[in-house]
Write a protein that binds this ligand. Structure first.
Ligand SMILES: *[C@@H]1O[C@H](CO)[C@@H](O)[C@H](O)[C@H]1NC(C)=O
Ligand SMILES: *[C@@H]1O[C@H](CO)[C@@H](O)[C@H](O)[C@H]1NC(C)=O
Length: 376
């Protein structure tokens, strides 16, 4: 099955309400992943949206007490991330800009289920960074790409990179599992406390995971056209060393005020996805301004150039073509990854400009909900 009905946004069943949460810009681009790699630099670079409390050891309480977010609802201090995308050519690797993320919040359930808000402290991870071919599992069906050309017919989603010559963006898409076991906020593999419903993006939850939470779906539009126009024979590679796209993955660290999310899930009945049509957000003054979204930044614990051009991927990750799976030991011989630096504010201030918080965060066009009506 494909998920294109959702990704294309053309045939979203009207029976389900949803809203699109715009996240205008990354809060930081860095080798940070408090779910998979707590306490240390992660193996590969991520582009992270949301709360500025994101760091190596971020917990729910840190998110809740954080001061700002690059997403549009002030009561959502969650963190959302996927790997950085690079263009690789003879000059090395250059990060591909994107216009932030749109997170779809979809109130989907089977007839005998109710949609629930995320429990405090929930964290989850989906996709497989080591995949280099289609695995046929629910999880691999939840990962997809779409090549956007506003002047041509809509293209089907592909499970890996299909056509990457996309005038209006190459869109990374990650659908998260919505069924929760009701007990564990995380699990050793960061996955098994969650499960997919029977149609992956909708349907019935399994009896082992009977709580149907609100579904989330990430979309990130990468501006690939500037690189395709170079016509230099380069290719696109995810930060986890993946030139196939099958290794796309996503992480979510819940930072919502649960009472606000609960009321939104219960009372936002609009089927258009326009977030301004949700009274809990619109009528209660819960939106963050474009200026505040764009000025929110997290400190980067690494003195490392992730934007490029750089000779090797951050963390010295080797590019592996597959189709067999990659492994964590696939590193570029002789390459030395940047080490974490001391992180007190004084140290930050004393260091070179590239070490100052926020500089690794490229600036992006701010988006509001309305813009997305035109493009999805
Ligand atoms: C809901 O309905 C499905 C399909 O009839 C059934 O398998 C499942 O056990 C039911 N779940 C609950 C919580 O009643
Ligand atoms: C990263 O390195 C490249 C190449 O040396 C340089 O042009 C670019 O300005 C650097 N970016 C940052 C953020 O330091």
């Amino acid at each position: 099955m494909r998920l294109s009905f959702l990704a294309a946004g053309l045939l979203v069943p009207s029976a389900y309400a949803f809203w699109r949460l715009p996240c205008a810009t990354p809060v930081v681009n860095s080798r940070i992943d408090p779910i998979i790699s707590p306490g240390k630099a992660s193996s590969h670079a991520h582009t992270i949206m949301g709360s500025n409390a994101i760091g190596y050891n971020t917990q729910f309480g840190d998110l809740r007490s954080s001061q700002c977010t690059t997403c549009m609802v002030r009561d959502d201090k969650s963190a959302y991330w996927i790997p950085e995308l690079y263009y690789q050519n003879g000059k090395g690797f250059q990060a591909v800009d994107h216009g932030g993320m749109v997170v779809y919040y979809l109130q989907r359930n089977a007839a005998n289920e109710t949609v629930e808000a995320f429990p405090d402290g929930l964290r989850m991870f989906t996709g497989n960074p080591y995949s280099r071919s289609f695995a046929g599992t629910s999880e691999s069906k939840a990962i997809s790409w779409n090549c956007i050309n506003f002047n041509g017919p809509g293209q089907p989603d592909t499970p890996g990179f299909g056509n990457t010559n996309c005038p209006n963006g190459l869109r990374a898409q990650v659908f998260f599992p919505a069924c929760w076991d009701g007990v564990n906020l995380d699990s050793p593999d960061h996955k098994s406390h969650m499960a997919y419903p029977d149609s992956v993006d909708s349907g019935q939850c399994p009896s082992t995971h009977p709580h149907h939470l609100v579904s989330i779906f990430f979309e990130v539009w990468f501006n690939v056209a500037q690189f395709n126009n170079l016509n230099d024979g380069g290719r696109f590679v995810l930060a986890n060393g993946d030139p196939t796209g099958y290794g796309l993955h996503g992480d979510f660290l819940n930072g919502w005020d649960r009472s606000v999310l609960s009321r939104a899930v219960q009372t936002c009945t609009d089927g258009s996805g326009v977030i301004e049509n949700c009274p809990v957000f619109q009528n209660e003054g819960r939106f963050v301004s474009n200026a505040d979204m764009n000025s929110c930044a997290a400190s980067n614990p690494l003195q490392e150039n992730v934007s490029g051009p750089i000779p090797n991927l951050p963390g010295c990750v080797a590019v592996t073509n597959g189709p067999g799976p990659a492994s964590s030991t696939d590193l570029v011989p002789g390459c030395t990854a940047a080490a974490s630096r001391r992180s007190s504010d004084e140290d930050l201030a004393a260091r070179a400009p590239e070490a100052v918080p926020g500089v690794n965060r490229r600036s992006h066009r701010a988006m509001r909900g309305q813009d997305w009506l035109l493009s999805v």
